[in-house]
Design a protein around this ligand. Structure first.
Ligand code: ADP
Length: 501
């Protein structure tokens, strides 16, 4: 077993391509061109593996936001994108997916440097995921149609009624820092397939891959103004995007708190809104499982991406007959998850994204201890923004560590006795994004899948996401669905045409 105390946390040197990218002048991508901001404000880019400032990006002004929105508006209104044959839209989107794959190594490295996630994980999950969202959605450009409908109250042949699917218009798409490139592509892909134009804003902590994506968007051959990428702070640039009168739809992934604020702000002009928000996802382990196979899966459910995952399996409910063995099995995975610098090829978990996030997570761990929780594993920060994988037991539903989203590598473990009790506990939350059920009993699995109020229920796996399957939240975890047919339909209006013959 590795001794976690002796792990070297020296970040390997960046590649020449990454260094060249970081040396670029901070600019915005509007109308397929790199343009200067109207003012000089910038945001520091930090490598969370070292805490060092490694570059700067623009902190977009109100004028910058307006310029990007008007570019998207013009590109929408003259039909230069929505008016193309669906085959042409599909082809350009597929070219973008090809370019993402051709530049996969550089994108994975930039993501690792910016977010702190291991480059190996970014290369295995984020970058291929980004490409698959675009590939899948590209096909919908030609496949979402209206229908001819026979009216109910009128005689056959008297009236011709049909529906048309039309793009919603200009979209403001705001994404978080945990899967920057993946979330950016998840957002733009359905909008583009539907024929919309967009202004995309990455999170202020992690803007690099969205900016690199902008290069590829220009290279892929999208008409100018169809995708605009602006960097900036949420309460300024993001807020301006949400309130902008020329924006027709807002799509946001991030915290529930900001999601509620955005929903309120978008309501003024009744913009269409899709929200993908926080979670406190339960993981239920039934007594019949093979513990040796289940424990590493349950550990991965929380420690992947340092627990900075909206569907992280952060509340573990293990049946009392296997509780101790499951925790022992999870504790055995600690060396695998020991946090390392993001470019270390042995890393499976990196630091947290920022000092703010590190302090937040450590604050929760301290609160848990104060409230009487016992630390089964981890509970400490070895250095910098790194937090060791942590299991807390002896918790109760009143504790903040059980109720609130921590967004770090911290799981709270509880015992249960019977199915109804655990279903009730699993639903004892304001969230409803994901849930995991581990059992060999098919009947139990489907019963629990029906009882748990969550947008996605996983059986014997966790956080498995596929672009063809709808994703979204119940309760305070969100509004609407992304991915699949529902994902593209969320970027369309239905128009009814009634003609008297
Ligand atoms: P976290 O709390 O995980 O950092 P947030 O929900 O604050 O996540 O941020 C997610 C995204 O929302 C980021 O791109 C951020 O800039 C943006 N954002 C934050 N506040 C606002 C706001 N008031 N209006 C619009 N966007 C915002």
């Amino acid at each position: 077993m590795n001794d976690m105390a002796t792990i070297s946390r020296v970040q390997p040197e960046y590649s020449a391509a990454a260094k060249a990218f970081l040396a670029r002048k901070p600019q915005l991508f509007i109308n397929n061109e790199w343009v200067d901001s109207s003012h000089g404000a910038t945001i520091d880019v930090e490598d969370p593996s070292t805490g060092k400032i490694i570059g700067k990006v623009v902190d977009a002004s109100d004028r910058d936001v307006d310029r990007a929105v008007m570019a998207a508006r013009a590109a929408f209104d003259d039909g230069r994108w929505s008016g193309l044959p669906p085959m042409a839209r599909e082809r350009i989107m597929i070219r973008l997916a090809d370019l993402i794959e051709a530049n996969a190594d550089e994108l994975a490295e930039l993501e690792a440097i910016d977010n702190g996630k291991p480059k190996t994980m970014a290369g295995a999950v984020d970058v291929p995921g980004a490409a698959s969202h675009i590939r899948f959605m590209a096909g919908w450009a030609s496949k979402v149609n209206g229908e001819v409908i026979q009216p109910y109250t009128m005689p056959e042949g008297a009236v011709f009624g049909y529906t048309r699917k039309e793009p919603v218009g200009v979209c403001a798409q705001i994404v978080p820092w945990n899967f920057p490139l993946l979330m950016a592509c998840l957002k733009i892909a359905p909008a583009l397939a539907a024929g919309c134009t967009t202004v995309l804003k990455p999170a202020e902590q992690t803007s690099l891959t969205a900016l690199r994506l902008a290069d590829l968007i220009a290279e892929a051959g999208f008409p100018a103004g169809v995708v605009n990428v602006i960097t900036g702070n949420g309460h300024t640039a993001g807020d301006r995007m949400v309130k902008h009168p020329e924006v027709d739809k807002v799509a946001f992934t991030g915290s529930t708190e900001i999601g509620k604020l955005i929903n309120r702000n978008a309501t003024e002009s009744l913009k269409r809104v899709t929200l993908e928000l926080g979670g406190k996802s339960p993981v239920v382990v039934m007594p019949d499982v093979d513990v040796a196979a289940t424990a590493p899966g349950v550990a991965g459910a929380i420690f992947f991406n340092s627990g900075q995952v909206c569907v992280a399996g952060s509340r573990l409910y293990a049946h009392k007959s296997v509780f101790d063995q499951v925790l022992e099995g999870m504790a055995e995975t600690a060396p695998f998850w020991a946090p390392r610098p993001s470019l270390d090829p042995e890393a499976h978990m990196g630091p947290l994204v920022s000092k703010e996030q590190h302090d937040r997570v450590m604050g929760y761990i301290e609160a848990g201890k104060r409230d009487g929780a016992s630390v089964v594993m981890g509970g400490d920060s070895p250095e910098g923004y790194y937090v060791n994988p942590t299991i807390l037991a002896d918790v109760n539903p009143q504790m903040s560590v059980v109720r609130e989203e921590i967004f770090g590598p911290v799981v709270v473990a509880q015992r249960f006795d019977d199915l109804d009790e655990v279903a009730k506990e699993a639903n004892n939350t304001c969230y409803g994004l994901g849930a995991g059920v581990w059992t060999k009993d098919v009947s139990t699995l489907h019963k629990l899948a029906g009882k748990i109020k969550a947008g996605t229920v996983w059986g014997n796996c966790h956080a498995m996401i596929d672009t063809a399957l709808p994703f979204g939240g119940y309760k305070e975890s969100g509004l609407g669905r992304e991915q699949g047919r529902q994902g593209v339909e969320a970027y369309m209006e239905t128009k009814t045409v009634i003609v008297q013959l």
